[in-house]
Write a protein that binds this ligand. Structure first.
Ligand code: SF4
Length: 113
């Protein structure tokens, strides 16, 4: 029996958290700062929150590859942040069309070319 499909976590869009030292992470569950996107001393919150790293993590979750998203995401009980709604996911992917997406990573039973 396969594990139920897990939707992308809304935290990656809705819950930026800034540590007192300026580090930005994805949510308040990341108390040990494993999902750090950068420091507000070096970049704006918009640059980090809409930058390539979190975009890659979002796309990984959309494709069900949680192991390729934020380092803490694959171990957390994402249900506290809830799922990101499918219509919002579609809007996000449409809006980020000009951002290069990473190639899909083959699953364990898929052959790569
Ligand atoms: S999966 Fe967990 S660690 Fe990742 S953004 Fe969501 S709540 Fe935060």
């Amino acid at each position: 029996m396969s594990a139920p499909r897990r939707p992308p976590c809304a935290g990656l869009w809705n819950t930026p958290m800034v540590h007192t030292d300026g580090r930005l992470t994805t949510c308040c569950l990341d108390e040990h700062m494993e999902n750090v996107l950068g420091n507000l001393a070096d970049a704006s919150i918009a640059e980090l929150w809409w930058g390539p790293t979190i975009h890659r993590w979002r796309v990984a979750q959309i494709h069900g590859r949680f192991e390729d998203s934020g380092p803490y995401c694959c171990r957390c009980n994402w249900r506290s942040a809830g799922s990101y709604p499918p219509d919002k996911v579609r809007e996000y992917l449409e809006a980020s069309q000009d951002t290069p997406l990473p190639p899909p990573i083959p699953g364990p039973h898929e052959e790569s070319e």
